[in-house]
Design a protein around this ligand. Structure first.
Ligand code: ADP
Ligand code: MG
Length: 734
């Protein structure tokens, strides 16, 4: 513990402590009466509990017998010290404050009173007599029993100046291991005399000084009054150096004591009264004592290092007890991270059954590498798509219509020629590509409408814009380079070859022995649709038939709309003819109303009716198109799933080495956790190589298979990731 004593006159270093916790505490007020042979017994009386003091003033006879002058006062305090020894005063007034300062609470003890009443005697005491030493040396002494190292300088203080002694305390725990330490300070304040000027008879320079000092005392009073008023927000601390210096001691986080020194003689009664009034005002002030805690960063680091070393030893013991040898807990280097990356890849590809948990750092790195691998594969898929497809901005209508004109997509953004029936190509692509065929034979809905609108040039209740069915995704269309076109034809041939095969081939044999060469994909696909994929195939077909039914209805509605439109045009023409006839023959008018003949009237009615029909049908068409869009989405989804599952099934059935499959099956020879990870991994490495090669060679040719393969891998990744997460959560709960 260190302790510095600083004695200043008026000017004082100020520390602001922001800690404002704890409960509010009142300022403790005491009165010390200076011993005298001439004690005014009739005027000054003490309460039995030694906590109150009553003052009785004889009536001033000069003011007349009958006057309203107050003659009696009663002051309640925390203690009255009469004929008290320096020992008792210290015990009563200062001991607790100092003790609390050693626990981190700031403290302030202030002596107030007129000159000669004993402030300095109380605070400092006499230097020649040890028994008469005051609060300050005793406070230092109390600290020293707590091993304070004290330095001590003192200057002579005048009764005309304020004197603030500040003891700074910094306390560390005895064991010196606790990085938390406390700082506090004790302000011992010997105020200047509080007497009013009229009485002291000061003159000249001394008078000026006294005025100045009294001014600061009255500022102190103002600050104290403001502090006692709960409604006051602004406290005038800045008015003088004294209040400024005591700012955090008056309204701050201090334990605060006011000791009022008074004379016991009748002649000083007025000053005594004034001092006691000050004391009672001070009683209203509350403070919030709070501990000032600080942290020693250096010590904290040392402690943490110590604890870390200890925990590492602890871990080593645990590992050896659990027969885990040489587990490293240090941060991983690049090689170790690369190893984890490879583990994660093998895990995702399915060649590694599980990743052993070694420690927390490794688990975190595994997850990190999952993220790395995932984002790499995302990029790969995207760039593969970009290599194969030309992306068109869905808002670029010019580009879309150009593509439409070229016959590559219809208004829906579907590739023209997309089969309505059962057949589809193998390989997951956004749109199966079969150009030409249908666009020649069948005009699209939009083309029909717009061409009819162009022909007739009549105003239609709907603008061409509204007919645009906006596509909600970026359209992908195969680039129409020659190579690609060839590609498509090849694929078309392939596709036709997977159309239902003669069903006389034996198929209901569950798990036939694996053939030496895998069956052609189209054949296998038919098997798959009848076996594992039968349910999803059924849903797919169901959705497809709904979609076709809606399309049929849409096309019927379109035909009706066109018929209505034609009829409307015919009617309009007839109306125009009637009108011109009427104009030629001269118009009949009756009171501003146009007279028309019945034929024209009927035509108008008919046109009105046709317009109504047109609107209804058109609304139906819009609804149907929305339904179609939704069904199309479902069909696409089903198709994707069917193909993905087929691929998984195909690879499982014909490509993963049988011995490995058997071993990995439930009940097989390899069980999670039974074989060291490194062995499974080396086992998996060769198998993985073979698998990849087979993928390259045997999957249907064409760039489709890459996208297909990647899509499949991604689906599996998600599945595996979830599985791992769940496994880890379970492990964590254990
Ligand atoms: P102040 O600082 O308030 O002006 P001092 O402390 O200087 O007054 O006291 C004036 C004189 O009275 C000093 O000589 C001091 O020793 C003496 N004195 C004050 N209080 C006591 C007391 N309680 N017992 C004995 N002497 C006292
Ligand atoms: Mg003094």
């Amino acid at each position: 513990m260190r302790c510095h004593l600083m004695i200043t006159t008026e000017s004082c270093t100020v520390f602001f402590f922001l800690a404002r916790m704890g409960t509010r505490k009142k300022v403790h007020t005491f009165v010390r009466v200076k011993p005298t042979d001439d004690f005014a017994h009739e005027m000054i009386k003490y309460g039995d509990d030694n906590k109150s003091i009553d003052i009785h003033l004889k009536k001033d006879t000069r003011r007349g017998v009958v006057n309203n002058q107050q003659t009696d006062w009663s002051f309640k305090l925390d203690g009255v010290l009469h004929n008290a020894s320096q020992d008792l005063v210290y015990e009563t007034v200062a001991k607790d404050v100092v003790a609390q300062a050693l626990d981190g609470y700031n403290g302030t003890i202030m002596c107030y009173g007129q000159t000669g009443a004993g402030k300095t005697y109380t605070m400092t005491g006499t230097t020649e007599n040890y028994k008469h030493r005051g609060i300050l040396p005793r406070a230092l002494q109390q600290g020293e029993t707590n091993r304070i190292i004290a330095s001590h300088t003192m200057n002579k203080n005048s009764s005309r100046s304020h004197c603030i002694f500040t003891i700074y305390v910094e306390a560390h725990s005895r064991t010196l291991s606790d990085e938390k330490y406390i700082t506090s300070k004790i302000n011992l304040v010997d105020l200047a005399g509080s007497e009013r000027l009229g009485k002291s008879g000061s003159e000249g320079r001394v008078l000026k000084e006294a005025t100045y000092i009294n001014k600061s005392l009255s500022f102190l009073e103002q600050a104290i009054i403001a502090l006692g008023d709960q409604k006051r927000e602004h406290i005038p601390f800045r008015q003088c150096k004294l209040t400024h210096a005591l700012k955090d001691s008056l309204g701050g986080n201090c334990n605060m004591v006011l000791l009022t020194n008074i004379y016991g003689e009748a002649a000083q009664l007025e000053e005594t009264l004034s001092s006691l009034r000050f004391a009672s005002r001070m009683k209203l002030v509350t403070t919030e004592p709070a501990i000032n805690e600080k942290y020693d960063a250096e010590r904290m680091v040392k402690n943490l290092e110590k604890e870390l070393a200890l925990l590492k030893q602890e871990l080593a013991i645990h590992d050896s007890l659990a027969n885990r040898t040489l587990v490293n807990y240090d941060p991983m280097d690049e090689i170790q991270i690369a190893e984890i990356n490879s583990q994660v890849r093998r895990y995702l590809e399915g060649t590694l059954d599980e990743i052993d948990i070694i420690n927390l750092r490794q688990i975190q790195e595994v997850f990190n590498q999952f993220r790395v691998v995932l984002s790499q594969q995302e990029q790969e898929v995207e760039s593969a798509l970009r290599r194969k497809y030309t992306l068109i901005d869905k808002n670029d209508f010019a580009a879309i219509s150009a593509v439409q004109k070229a016959g590559l997509v219809d208004v829906d953004g579907h590739l023209v020629g997309e089969p309505d029936g059962q057949g589809f190509g193998l390989g997951v692509t956004p749109f199966s590509a079969k150009p030409g065929k249908k666009s020649k034979s069948k005009k699209t809905f939009k083309e029909q409408l717009s061409s009819s609108a162009r022909k007739e040039g009549a105003s239609s209740p709907v603008s061409g814009k509204e007919l645009d069915v906006s596509t909600s995704k970026t359209q992908l269309t195969p680039s129409s380079k020659e190579g690609d076109v060839k590609d498509m034809t090849i694929r078309e041939r392939e596709t036709s070859s997977i159309e239902p095969l003669p069903s006389d081939s034996p198929k209901e044999e569950l798990r036939p022995p694996r053939p030496s060469t895998p069956p052609p994909k189209p054949v296998a696909f038919e098997d798959f649709k009848n076996e594992r994929g039968s349910e999803i195939n059924r849903i797919f077909k169901e959705n497809k038939s709904i979609l076709n039914e809606r399309r049929k209805r849409a096309s019927e509605t379109t035909q009706r709309i066109n018929a209505i439109k034609r009829e409307m045009d015919v009617t309009k023409e007839a109306l125009n003819f009637q009108k011109s006839l009427r104009e030629k023959q001269g118009e009949y008018e009756n009171k501003g109303l146009m007279i028309i003949d019945e034929e024209e009237f009927l035509l108008i009615l008919k046109l009105k009716d046709l317009k109504k029909q047109y609107r209804t049908e058109y609304q139906d068409l819009r609804d149907l198109r929305a339904e179609i869009q939704y069904c199309q989405h479902l069909v696409d989804q089903c198709r994707h799933r069917l193909l993905t599952e087929f691929d998984i099934w195909y690879n499982e059935s014909f490509f993963i080495p049988e011995d490995l499959q058997v071993a990995l099956k439930p009940g097989g020879s390899i069980r999670p956790g039974m074989v060291p990870v490194s062995r499974i991994m080396s086992l998996g490495e060769d198998a993985q190589d073979k698998f990849s090669q087979l993928q390259q060679v045997l999957l249907p040719e064409g760039p489709d298979s890459v996208a297909f393969y990647n899509a499949k891998v991604k689906t599996e990744q998600k599945h595996n990731y979830l599985k791992t997460m769940m496994g880890l959560q379970q492990a964590h709960r254990k």
